[in-house]
Design a protein around this ligand. Structure first.
Ligand code: SF4
Length: 478
């Protein structure tokens, strides 16, 4: 998972993009960057490892000012953890100006397309990153096939398999395009801004999540359609070039875990979805668990907060916060390796003194991946003298990897791919364990048929053979 944003036709667009990226920092903390087109028509960029507040500072952006800008926050899915894989990427064209690209997702046929460009057309790649591939494909169709920029993007979009929400700058134009299934979120807004004391209404803003809009005073307009290509050109109205939608496959994990609760993702208010998940989890327990006013419902903070709140509000129990989270540690799931995740858990959570003694606790989490993190948390609560610990999970069992932009481990590492619910309950040392079922989302989402549940039910849209070829992991599903 990563996050992108772009601003068109607003002075100091680079600064505004940095602010929008700050709002979606939760989508990736490894590296970030901004590319900007200045008033002379040059494209320049600044990117680096680390957080937006440290990399995209006013000093670092001082020499990269313009009115068209795109930006990216990265957490690694494919490609090593290295500055060279940070985005945006700039693809050079023989006569300039260049193309700047940033993308959120995962291209399943990455290696096939990259090898074709390298072997058949002498392209040289600097990174292992999808954004670079997309930029070089567009450059190929533009320069070698002499296509118009619109046709080059349309052709590129048709060649890519997998998930991509992409922004591209070419000359004084910006393009926004999305994969035909709409895996990753992508929203469009409008920016009213002041210039010389006057209210202007010229700017267009794109972002992964609508929570980026408030920070720059933008208004949400709509989500991009799956397969849509949008073109912005100075002095012309926004134009939808084409829409090549296939069956929608929005990532349901965005609603369960990744997206910020204060935004609309896939036309759902994330906060509402999480509370409904919590209420549904209570339905399972209503007749069975003896939940009463002395039961404490608490979240593994923060992504489960509203699921736990929804559970508590539907039940006679009280919602409380017995685990305190250190916010400077970041998300453990998005740390690239197990050692960093383990250290993250130890530094991240701490139980309130005397809070748990003798209590029956319903502990709510969003998902179980390997089980090791949750076991540490259950042990922490148990050693704080809780009487009973009943774990409730706001997603179904994660039994398969994701090939569409989320860095889930291989199936071998996923505890639910090899253990039953009872076995997982024993492993995490809880008194009971219950997951959401895939079918339960029918009553929660406006249209559950528009969502991808592949890591929960193994119903993938694309055979991931190409992905396995890329990572040298043998295909366990096909
Ligand atoms: S496989 Fe899972 S994480 Fe990946 S897009 Fe589908 S629902 Fe989301």
């Amino acid at each position: 998972m990563c996050g992108i944003s772009g601003i068109f036709n607003v002075e100091n667009a680079e600064t505004l993009v940095a602010e929008t990226l700050f709002a979606i920092q939760h989508r990736g903390q490894e590296s970030c960057g901004v590319a900007v087109r200045d008033c002379r028509g040059n494209i320049s960029y600044h990117k680096g490892m680390g957080l937006v507040k440290n990399v995209l500072t006013p000093e670092n952006l001082f020499n990269h000012q313009g009115n068209i800008a795109i930006g990216h926050v990265r957490y690694p899915t494919a490609g090593r953890s290295d500055k060279v894989n940070s985005q945006p990427h700039v693809a050079e064209l023989p006569e300039g100006p260049h193309i700047a690209v940033c993308s959120n997702g995962d291209i399943i046929n990455y290696y096939e397309l990259r090898t074709w460009l390298e072997n058949e057309h002498n392209f040289t790649f600097r990174s292992d990153n999808d954004g670079e591939l997309i930029g070089r494909l567009v450059a190929y169709y533009l320069v070698h096939e002499k296509m118009t920029i619109e046709n080059a993007i349309t052709e590129t979009q048709s060649q890519l398999k997998g998930a991509f929400s992409t922004l591209l700058i070419y000359r004084d134009q910006m393009f926004a395009f999305r994969d035909p299934h709409g895996y990753r979120p992508f929203v469009l807004g409008h920016l009213d801004y002041e210039e010389g004391g006057e209210l202007m209404s010229d700017g267009v803003v794109f972002a992964s999540e609508s929570c980026s809009f408030g920070i720059v005073g933008a208004t949400f307009i709509r989500e991009l359609e799956p397969g849509e290509i949008i073109r912005l050109e100075k002095g012309k109205p926004l134009k939808t070039v084409s829409v090549s939608a296939q069956n929608r496959q929005h990532c349901v994990f965005e609603l369960i875990y990744f997206s910020r609760p204060d935004g609309f993702t896939f036309n759902e208010l994330v906060y509402d979805v999480r509370k409904k998940i919590g209420a549904r989890l209570f339905e399972y327990d209503k007749e069975n668990l003896g939940v009463d006013k002395d039961t404490v419902v608490m979240a593994v903070p923060d992504s489960s907060n509203f699921v736990a709140l929804g559970y508590a509000q539907a039940s006679p129990a009280n919602f409380d916060m017995g685990l305190l989270r250190n916010h400077y540690v970041g998300r453990t799931f998005t740390k690239p390796d197990q050692k960093q995740r383990d250290e993250g858990v130890r530094h991240k959570f701490n139980p309130l003194p005397d809070f748990f003694t003798g209590k029956k606790v319903v502990l709510v989490d969003d998902s179980i991946v390997r089980g090791t993190t949750l076991r540490k948390i259950v042990r922490m609560v148990r050693s704080a003298e809780a009487k009973e610990i009943h774990v409730r999970i706001g997603s179904p069992k994660v039994i398969g990897s994701c090939y569409y932009g989320i860095d889930t481990p291989t199936r071998k590492e996923l505890i639910a791919s090899k253990k039953s619910v009872d076995e997982i309950c024993s492993f995490i040392e809880a008194d009971s364990l219950k997951y959401m079922e895939v079918e339960d989302f029918d009553t929660i989402l406006k249209s559950s048929g528009n969502f991808c549940f592949a890591c929960f039910n193994l119903k993938y849209q694309h055979c991931p053979d190409d992905y396995h070829q890329k990572t040298n992991v043998p295909c366990e599903r096909c």
